[in-house]
Design a protein around this ligand. Structure first.
Ligand code: ADE
Length: 224
């Protein structure tokens, strides 16, 4: 899978894909992440990409031309399954969306910054708008990193033990059960005995019960 990300702050995306699972996914050739600097696609002097909003008001707006230039130049070599704009007024991101997007071949993520992007670009080029939650962050870059990570780890072969993605929280709309490791006892706090029993059927049943109880208690909305 290939994920292209258009941003005015490419440096913000230097770290998130250079470590751990995202790094391994790229090394295995299962994921490629390509960060595109919007400033390289502007026709304006001093690499300007934003301007004052028509009608007045605070903040700057990213202009349509650099965005269209960047997207059209990328589209010369590939076809995108989705062109996604990261925005607080988008569809709330969840595991189901991550699952669906992990099956795609080419995704293009557009990061907003400042007050937003010229709405004509949203009307004519964007196929999906995604929010990572009901709060505002300074730009779409961290949202793009979160979405890329959530999608990337679901690509078959990325995780060593593929079943470990299946037991994540939110798969099946359930929160994950608690996990424990060595030592068996610490300051008198013991690991639940069932996990030491070696009885895999009972352990599985215990995990399912724990998942259900935790979901009921913490996120009853998931069970609706
Ligand atoms: N840009 C700013 N806030 C955002 C959010 N909550 N989700 C996605 N992109 C954003």
């Amino acid at each position: 899978m290939n994920i292209d990300i258009i941003t005015v702050v490419p440096d913000l995306l230097n770290g998130p894909f250079s470590h751990s699972i995202m790094k391994r996914a790229q090394e295995k050739g299962l994921l490629s992440v390509n960060v595109i600097n919007l400033r390289e696609h502007t026709i304006y002097a001093r690499a300007q990409v934003d301007d004052y909003p028509f009608g007045g008001g605070a903040g700057m707006v990213i202009m349509i031309e650099p965005l269209v230039n960047a997207v059209e130049s990328l589209k010369k070599t590939k076809e995108y399954d989705e062109v996604i704009f990261l925005t607080p007024d988008g569809q709330p991101f969840n595991q189901k969306m991550a699952n669906t997007l992990s099956l795609k071949k080419n995704l293009l993520l557009i990061c907003g910054h400042y007050k937003g992007i010229d709405h004509r670009f949203r009307d004519h080029f964007i196929t999906k708008e995604i929010s990572i939650g009901d709060y505002v962050i300074s730009g779409g870059e961290l949202a793009a990193a979160i979405i890329t990570d959530a999608i990337g780890r679901l690509i078959p072969g990325v995780l060593n033990d593929e079943t470990s993605a299946l037991s994540d929280s939110f798969q099946d709309n359930l929160l994950a059960p608690p996990v424990y490791t060595r030592p068996e006892e610490f300051r008198g706090w013991k690991v639940p005995e069932i996990l030491m029993s070696g009885n895999h059927k009972l352990i599985e049943e215990w995990r399912i019960t724990q998942s259900l109880e935790r979901t009921k208690e913490r996120r009853p909305d998931l069970l609706d």
